[in-house]
Design a protein around this ligand. Structure first.
Ligand code: HEC
Ligand code: HEC
Length: 209
């Protein structure tokens, strides 16, 4: 994620949306964000105590796709997925594509300071593990839209750990129509144990801008 860059490039982001790269109107989306702020923070910084990840700096197309995935029951429907189940009804709070585009445009203007790392691991070992991930998430874990892989750098590290575990447990990437989740699910097999998960996440932390 690029929160600092975002701060500097705010005007450019707004300019891009106006030019049609992103259809949303950030000002119009601000009101809808109030409900999200309760868990994800006023500035989209995330809230570990509420298990809600960082949204600021995440790719807009990915946020939009996740909201659609919750709405379609591709996420947050497996028994045992306590946190996904908390999020799922929230995705219903915004209805209509224009409203979602506006909300996502507003989230793109948020630029909180970088989060505090909570995961300890061996960064060098994690770098080797990350080689396979880079194909879909980008060399700098910045996200690769053409592969459908979201930004990982800058994301709340405890959330990355939990999502990797969710894929392992079949709490994510299980739905027959969840094309992207099903591409990700087998990738966690390259992370043999908790130490490997911590190592790769420690490396991802080191890429945060
Ligand atoms: C009641 C608390 C709560 C509210 C309110 C809430 N969320 Fe969430 N959200 C969560 C939790 C918890 C998760 C993590 C789910 C998991 O661990 O699988 C989450 C996950 C997400 C994700 C997935 C992020 C990712 O990287 O995969 C997105 C996107 C999201 N929320 C957007 C929103 C938006 C937009 C709103 C407002 C319309 C919102 N949330 C309101 C609790 C909340
Ligand atoms: C074949 C492409 C591919 C590879 C390789 C890959 N991923 Fe992914 N990953 C994805 C896609 C696509 C998604 C988004 C799934 C969705 O939309 O629900 C994803 C999602 C994730 C998420 C959830 C992020 C979030 O915000 O919820 C994590 C964490 C993750 N990947 C970690 C990794 C790690 C670590 C590796 C390397 C061990 C890896 N991925 C390798 C395609 C890939």
């Amino acid at each position: 994620m690029k929160s600092l860059l975002r701060a500097a490039a705010l005007a450019m982001v707004v300019g891009l949306s106006a030019a049609g790269a992103w259809a949303g109107d950030a000002a119009a989306g601000q009101g809808a964000y109030a409900v999200c702020a309760a868990c994800h923070g006023q500035n989209g910084e995330g809230n570990a105590a509420l298990n809600a990840p960082r949204l600021a700096g995440q790719e807009g197309w990915y946020i939009k796709r996740q909201l659609a995935a919750y709405n379609a029951g591709m996420r947050g429907t497996k028994p045992g997925d306590m946190y996904g189940m908390q999020m799922r009804p929230m995705a219903n709070a915004v209805s209509g594509e224009a409203a979602v585009d506006n909300l996502v445009a507003y989230i793109a203007t948020l630029a909180p300071p970088a989060g505090t790392p909570t995961v300890n691991g061996d960064v060098a070992a994690g770098k080797a593990l990350y080689a396979v991930c880079a194909a879909c998430h980008g060399q700098q874990a910045e996200g690769l839209e053409q592969m459908g892989g979201p930004a990982l750098a800058g994301q709340s590290d405890w959330y990355l750990v939990r999502q990797i575990q969710n894929y392992k447990k079949g709490l994510r990437g299980y739905h027959p129509q969840d094309t992207f989740g099903r591409q990700m699910a087998p990738m966690v097999a390259t992370l043999a144990d908790d130490a490997a998960i911590n190592n790769v996440v420690a490396y991802i932390n080191s890429l945060a801008k």
